[in-house]
Design a protein around this ligand. Structure first.
Ligand SMILES: Nc1ncnc2c1ncn2[C@@H]1O[C@H](COP(=O)(O)OP(=O)(O)O)[C@@H](O)[C@H]1O
Ligand SMILES: [Mg+2]
Length: 212
């Protein structure tokens, strides 16, 4: 369960989140929508413990994402809007995530294959040097292999071609059971089959929140 209670986050004079409150429970598959600058990424970063709120509180299964960061992150899979500049080779990256999170190598290979990312010939390549689409496929494969109870995707499909998007949505649908998923997207038509709740944000506030 994710509780966001009266959270305000400011950057200088910019109010990125304005006393926002939201609760996400098991089996909430959420489309998080709203214009650029609405505060969607800020909300996600607060949930991940990247940012400290100016006021209010975020709790993940009762734990603080700042004080109990490692334990909280064990329960979350996250794919960001822009892939991070990881300098490791794919082989090193896979070894690293398998050692640091409870992920099985064969699961990463399984989901990479499902995403039509051919891992074997690319294992020696630096993640940094892959195409945008390949990076996103790799991060998606890791996020699904982690089998977390909370999955958060911040506009992950921008670099994916239509077929890769279809594969991605199919995999999400197949792996939906008793989780929480937060999905930032501008295209409700694309994700309407994998969500059951739609939240619209603007100017740091939750403007609407409805079951769909
Ligand atoms: N690290 C940061 N430093 C300064 N301003 C930020 C930072 N993160 C977000 N903001 C500001 O907060 C507002 C909300 O941004 P963001 O959460 O990224 O919106 P969204 O993801 O909905 O497009 C914007 O005005 C943005 O410029
Ligand atoms: Mg954003």
């Amino acid at each position: 369960m994710i509780e966001v209670k009266n959270v305000t986050k400011k950057f200088g004079s910019t109010l990125s989140l304005d006393n926002a409150s939201l609760t996400f429970e098991k089996n909430d598959y959420v489309a998080l929508m709203g214009p650029n600058g609405a505060g969607k990424t800020t909300l996600i970063r607060l949930i991940l413990g990247y940012y400290h709120p100016n006021s209010g509180e975020v709790l993940i299964n009762g734990l603080s994402p700042i004080k109990d960061r490692l334990e909280v992150l064990e329960h979350i899979s996250f794919v960001p809007q822009l892939p991070p500049p990881i300098k490791l080779s794919l082989e090193e990256l896979i070894s690293y995530v398998c050692a640091s999170a409870k992920i099985e190598k064969k699961e990463i290979f399984h989901f990479a294959k499902e995403m039509e990312l051919d891992l074997v010939p690319n294992l020696g390549k630096s993640f940094f040097k892959l195409s945008g689409g390949m990076k996103q496929k790799m991060l998606i494969a890791i996020s699904l292999a982690k089998k977390s109870e909370i999955i958060i995707y911040d506009e992950p499909t921008a670099n994916l071609d239509p077929k890769a998007r279809d594969n991605f949505y199919r995999l999400l649908k197949e792996n939906e059971n008793g989780k929480i998923s937060l999905f930032v997207s501008h295209r409700l038509d694309e994700i309407k089959d994998i969500v059951n709740r739609q939240i619209y944000m603007d100017l740091g506030k939750v403007v609407s929140d409805e079951k769909i």
